[in-house]
Design a protein around this ligand. Structure first.
Ligand SMILES: [Cu+2]
Length: 157
């Protein structure tokens, strides 16, 4: 018998293995990586709004008897206008700005200072760029009576 025409089961196995590895690497490089690295396309005006919105964490916020903590407590922001929100901790102890309902902005990520800077220390600020409409209730993790809400609206004009 002429053995040159035939491949042994072993060599077919090797070829199949090499092809499988090649396909896996190709999939990883050209399908998987581009997908996980893909940031959504967001309008420049939303990424760099002309104004910011400031919320103060006032002195005494850690006291549950004190009514006021996040000031203002409710804010409306407009996309492409003032959708970058900055919390300023004017209190003497640390606080967090933490989503009530696991809100994730498609561009910025999870709405939680703990995911980026951690506890907002006295004198520190926390910034979050909202790029999607919606209501974003939040609280302070160590002091859950501290609550606030950011409503993100479409640009009106
Ligand atoms: Cu707090």
């Amino acid at each position: 018998m002429t053995s040159t025409q035939q491949h042994s089961p072993f060599s077919i196995g090797v070829i199949a293995f090499v092809i499988a590895i090649g396909v896996s690497i190709g999939y990883f490089q050209f399908v998987y990586l581009p997908t996980i690295n893909l940031k959504p396309v967001v309008a420049q005006e939303i990424l760099g709004p002309s104004k910011t919105t400031e919320i103060k964490i006032i002195t005494g916020s850690a006291n549950p008897q004190q009514q006021d903590n996040f000031i203002p407590k409710l804010v409306d922001v407009e996309l492409a206008v003032n959708n970058k929100v900055i919390w300023i901790n004017e209190d003497g102890i640390g606080h967090t700005v933490t989503t009530d309902n696991d809100a994730i902005d498609r561009y910025t990520g999870r709405f939680d200072s703990l995911d980026t800077i951690g506890v907002v220390q006295p004198g520190q600020t926390y910034e979050f760029l909202f790029t999607q409409e919606g209501e974003f209730p939040y609280h302070c993790e160590p002091h859950p009576w501290m609550t606030g809400m950011v409503k993100v609206l479409k640009q009106k004009f």
